[in-house]
Design a protein around this ligand. Structure first.
Ligand SMILES: Nc1ncnc2c1ncn2[C@@H]1O[C@H](COP(=O)(O)OP(=O)(O)OP(=O)(O)O)[C@@H](O)[C@H]1O
Ligand SMILES: [Mg+2]
Length: 298
């Protein structure tokens, strides 16, 4: 749908600042009267979050992330082979971090390519950014050099269509109404962080400290998704899932595990989505979005 890039960026500023921590400053450089772009607004948010988190990871001792929006009346010369003629909007995320070597730069968009340690990065962030840009009829470019920071620019086609007020309302309801998510983890800190992150993404959260507490909550209200830790004393996440599925067979479930190798949990989880702990906000947002949209298209 037609989306106001400045509005999306501005509305995310707080979330971005909180997700990337105090050592990194977020600066906005939003041009006046930026045109609308034809994109999926939720996906745009996830993409910007992914880019901001990459920037944070590249600046372990702090720095600046600058998000800039611009109107482009015509396709820049360097992109004419890739983009249809017309007007575009650019959204640029620049950081003052470590930058990329030519070897990393060459593979950065590749799915599963990551330089982050085991259990830290999935290497899907930039692949998702690329997929989003291409699906939207645009593209994305990286300019980066070692120790010279990174600039990632999304080019999105302009639309002159006006957002349908009904669609906006529906979106506000979907993100604002806020589907309800039951978050289960026996660790108070982990549960607190997860609940806060998921609330920031725009969902309503009920947190439970054990499988049995979760079942009580589950009986008390209706939920759209359950996110549970796998290893918990008493009832494990897998046992909890089995009990929930017994009464609600279609309930979307996400498992969270701190273990690198979830294969050790057996076939039970083979077909389920497992999030690696510590939670990464971009990934949490993406997996919840996937699980809820898979559910709604069934
Ligand atoms: N802003 C950046 N500065 C420096 N290097 C970056 C930046 N963004 C991405 N990279 C490099 O590109 C690689 C791939 O990025 P991508 O976002 O696809 O995966 P990831 O960040 O490693 O994992 P995930 O996004 O799943 O957490 C990173 O591992 C990193 O080496
Ligand atoms: Mg990433």
């Amino acid at each position: 749908m037609p989306v106001e890039p400045n509005q999306v960026v501005a509305s995310m500023a707080d979330l971005l600042a909180r997700s990337i921590g105090a050592a990194v400053t977020v600066e906005l450089d939003l041009a006046d009267d930026v045109w609308r772009a034809m994109v999926d607004p939720t996906q745009l948010e996830v993409v910007l979050l992914n880019l901001a988190i990459n920037a944070r990871d590249a600046m372990p001792s702090g720095g600046v992330v600058r998000i800039a929006t611009r109107n482009l009346a015509a396709v820049p010369d360097a992109l004419t082979a890739e983009l249809n003629p017309g007007a575009y909007v650019s959204i640029e995320v620049a950081d003052t971090g470590a930058g990329m070597t030519p070897a990393v730069l060459a593979r950065a968009f590749e799915p599963f390519f990551t330089t982050k340690g085991q259990g830290k990065g999935t290497g899907l962030g930039l692949a998702q950014v690329y997929g989003f840009a291409r699906q939207s009829g645009g593209t994305v470019r990286i300019v980066s050099a070692e120790n010279e920071g990174t600039v990632i620019t999304l080019y999105l086609p302009r639309t002159t269509e006006v957002a349908d007020p009904v669609a906006i309302e529906r979106l506000a309801q979907a993100t604002g109404s806020r589907q309800r998510i039951l978050v289960v983890d026996d660790d108070n800190d982990v549960r607190g962080v997860a609940a806060q992150m998921i609330e920031e993404i725009g969902y309503q959260v009920v947190a439970a400290a054990s499988g049995s507490e979760a079942l009580t909550e589950f009986g008390r209200a209706s939920f759209d998704l359950v996110l549970t830790d796998v290893v918990m004393p008493g009832m494990s996440g897998v046992d909890l899932a089995r009990r929930i599925r017994a009464v609600a067979p279609a309930m979307p479930l996400l498992f969270a595990s701190g273990y690198a190798d979830v294969a050790t949990f057996g076939d039970e989880l083979a077909a389920e989505t497992v999030l690696k702990k510590p939670y990464r906000i971009g990934e949490v947002a993406a997996r919840i979005g996937d699980a809820l949209s898979a559910e709604s298209t069934q």
